[in-house]
Design a protein around this ligand. Structure first.
Ligand SMILES: Nc1ncnc2c1ncn2[C@@H]1O[C@H](COP(=O)(O)OP(=O)(O)O)[C@@H](O)[C@H]1O
Ligand SMILES: CC(C)(COP(=O)(O)O)[C@@H](O)C(=O)O
Length: 255
């Protein structure tokens, strides 16, 4: 059986980590942008867990140290091909997207119910320290995501701001960095979220994201942009060498 799941990328602009003894309730309150091109994941049952990332130029990379698998393998033993136009480890929320892809394929194969699949994908991120709010944002998708209550999909809560302007978003992946650099709490996050909610536009998302990430020491030299982990996200025309994105119109979809 050929199964294909598409998952948007997720770039957070403001985040506030929240930890709970219950991993499914841990996560982040925050604001993020879900983006296309979506990750496309195909998968099947296998005799060992195997994940291969295939970039648009055909380059293949088999992941040999993806800690999320320690949790994901409880859903079944799968082999995945992940087609992606962006690299892993730069801040596009790819580890969450791959985990969500794994869980959705397990669900489509009848190995788990949907709720357990979604909780397991989220827990694999929190336990590996690879993310807090990516899985819930990518599951719902569809624009600017306000994570108002932290946690896994079905436990956390989001409000989605659809962006009707046909804006161009560009990214520049500069360096691979560890997510642990982002997990310290900055109390100002909640002020920036409120500033956004007073005027929930894409321009204001970039404004508050720039201010928040600069406070964490991530500085972008480009106008109309901010730096998150190892990538720059910019609103407007893409110069040569930049990756072109659209704001995602939806979350996860299965074909
Ligand atoms: N070849 C690889 N390139 C990048 N990350 C890898 C690779 N193999 C394993 N990993 C692991 O994948 C995880 C990527 O998670 P993360 O940095 O959160 O990615 P993203 O920012 O894309 O969501 C890290 O734990 C990293 O150690
Ligand atoms: C910012 C981050 C904690 C990590 O994001 P990434 O580097 O893409 O895994 C994210 O998960 C969030 O909760 O907003």
């Amino acid at each position: 059986m050929h199964l294909e799941v598409s998952i948007p990328l997720n770039v957070s602009g403001v985040w506030y980590p929240v930890y709970d003894n219950d991993v499914s309730k841990s996560g982040s309150i925050g604001l993020s942008l879900t983006l296309e091109p979506k990750l496309v994941v195909t998968g099947r049952l296998s005799d060992r867990e195997k994940i291969i990332i295939i970039r648009s130029d055909g380059e293949e990379l088999e992941l040999n140290d993806f800690k999320n698998l320690l949790t994901l393998k409880k859903l079944g033993t799968l082999s995945l091909n992940v087609y992606s136009e962006v690299p892993l480890g730069y801040g596009y929320g790819m580890s969450g997207a791959i985990s969500l892809g794994y869980a959705m394929i397990a669900y489509e194969l009848g190995l788990t119910d949907l709720r357990k699949a979604l909780l397991t994908a989220h827990e694999s991120e929190v336990l590996s320290k690879n993310g807090l709010g990516d899985v819930i944002s990518e599951y719902y998708g569809g624009g600017i995501i306000f994570r108002k209550k932290p946690g896994a999909p079905t436990i956390g809560e989001v409000e989605v701001f659809t962006v009707t302007d046909d804006v161009q978003i560009c990214s520049l992946p500069e360096s691979r960095l560890s997510t642990s650099l982002l997990l310290k709490t900055n109390e100002n996050a909640l002020n920036y979220i409120n500033q956004f909610l007073l005027n929930p536009t894409i321009h204001n998302f970039f404004e508050v994201a720039k201010k928040f990430t600069e406070e964490l020491g991530f500085i972008s030299p480009y106008k109309g942009s901010f730096k998150k982990k190892g990538l720059i996200l910019k609103l407007g025309e893409c110069g040569e060498g930049w990756i072109k994105h659209k704001i995602a119109r939806s979350g996860v979809s299965v074909r």
